[in-house]
Design a protein around this ligand. Structure first.
Ligand code: GCU
Length: 435
């Protein structure tokens, strides 16, 4: 059992104290009921001018890494204030308790479950980390860390995995009703989590249920991690405070805090991964926490890897209207107004440099704009190249089922919005550059 205390620095506090209460706008009811027609026609993509990743000083700097440090902080601050929202800087306590360890997968794997308890004066929040590592490993292993959508018990049909007691989304395939997880849902998402493939490749897999960090509902930030920091609750007067994506990302960092204490995990080789909204989350986690050795975003789309200014498929207005709690209040001022954004998503990807980055799309997932995701990764390559690392090798959006794996990786899987074994086979190749 271990306890750690984290605190804030005055500089950080002032860095995040900002902004413009007047620019906070909620979506009026009339806007919500407006019919949205997504554009899927390349010829209808508006003309746009992207903000540059490098400013003039950085572009011309002889000492690129130190000039990039300053530019990166500037960009990170703008993404924080205008899009994801700031995290609290007040103290909290962390308690890590191993609640279970056993051999699994016919002796090939070791399964562990850890209770990560986050506490403040306002309450406590338990999050269960589920970890698989290869039994044969002779030392700590590189490990994927990704949040799951429906509860840890859905990733494998294993009766020992603890059922979440948190709010879950009602869902037939996951046998979740009345917002409660059930035994019948065990293993219902296992196709998305090929544990054996990873174990056989000498790799670890860690996951936790995202709803334990913050239930994915527009609840005015009254529950989950937001409730532990009442002085940092987002509001009309504080439109720059953390939305749910920033909260889930912050939670990923707390899970990494725990993984740093686990002997079987090589904490210097943890790759943060996520699908869809959790792909947006993995990108923000990788950007805000440099301890993540590499980042994978699978079909992350709008607010993730896709360029907002293309307004192809899902748009800023649509995402802010359907999911008002995901981003901070300030982001709503860019509804139907992408041109006014001071940032775009190629700059978010650049924040991950020089650490390896993988952006993945699916050919039938036009809602997430595969071309916009590809272009973003291609543009972010500029920073990797300045670090004298190879950028994305592809020149154009490839044919379906093509993967280009390197420091900056991209693939287009044939098929729909999902994460499957083809995606993971490529991620296994990708993580090998860390080994
Ligand atoms: C919706 C949403 C996307 C999101 C996806 C998901 O489709 O519009 O932005 O990525 O849900 O998380 O599954």
């Amino acid at each position: 059992m271990k306890t750690f205390l984290r605190g804030c620095s005055a500089q950080l506090c002032t860095l995040f104290v900002v902004l413009l209460a007047t620019s906070f706008t909620t979506c009026p009811c009339s806007a919500q009921s407006e019919k949205f027609v997504a554009n899927y026609d390349e010829s209808q993509v508006p003309d746009y001018e992207l903000p540059p990743i490098l400013d003039e000083v950085t572009a011309q700097a002889d000492d690129f890494p130190s000039a990039w440090d300053a530019r990166r902080s500037q960009l990170l601050q703008t993404f924080t204030e205008q899009m994801f929202g700031s995290v609290p800087t007040s103290e909290f306590e962390l308690l890590f308790e191993k609640v279970e360890q056993a051999h699994c997968l016919a002796g090939k794997g070791i399964r562990q479950q850890w209770k990560v308890t986050i506490s403040t004066e306002s309450g406590t929040l338990p999050v269960t980390l589920l970890l698989y590592t290869p039994a044969q490993a002779t030392g700590p292993v590189p490990t994927f860390l990704g949040l799951n959508f429906h509860g840890n018990h859905t990733i494998a049909a294993d009766p020992e995995i603890l059922l979440t007691e948190s709010w879950v989304r009602d869902s037939k395939p996951q046998s979740a009703t009345n917002h409660q997880a059930s035994d019948e849902g065990r293993g219902s998402s296992s196709s998305r989590w090929p544990i054996e493939l990873l174990i056989d490749n000498g790799l670890g897999l860690a996951t936790a249920y995202y709803g334990e960090i913050d239930p994915d509902t527009d609840d005015q930030f009254e529950n989950g991690i937001h409730a532990l920091f009442p002085d940092h609750r987002p509001s009309a007067e504080a439109p720059d405070r953390w939305g749910s994506i920033a909260a889930w990302s912050w939670g990923l960092s707390r899970l990494l805090d725990c993984m740093e204490q686990i002997d079987q995990v090589d904490a210097s080789k943890v790759v943060v991964i996520g699908h869809s909204r959790l792909g947006k989350t993995s990108l923000w986690a990788g950007a805000t926490d440099p301890r993540f050795a590499a980042t994978i975003s699978n079909d992350s789309g709008c607010g993730g890897a896709a360029l907002s200014r293309r307004a192809f498929g899902e748009t800023v207005w649509r995402i802010n209207t359907s999911f008002p709690h995901w981003f901070c209040g300030n982001f709503k001022q860019y509804n139907r107004n992408e041109a006014a954004l001071p940032i775009d998503q190629h700059q978010l990807l650049a924040l991950l440099a020089p650490r390896p980055l993988y952006v993945a799309s699916a050919s039938e997932d036009q809602w997430a704009d595969p071309r916009g995701e590809f272009l973003s990764a291609k543009l972010a390559s500029e920073v990797y190249e300045r670090f004298e690392l190879p950028g994305l090798a592809l020149q154009d959006l490839p044919k379906p089922n093509t993967a280009s794996i390197g420091v900056v990786s991209y693939h287009l899987r044939e098929g729909t919005h999902n994460i499957d074994s083809w995606d993971w086979t490529n991620y296994v190749q990708f993580i090998k550059q860390l080994q």
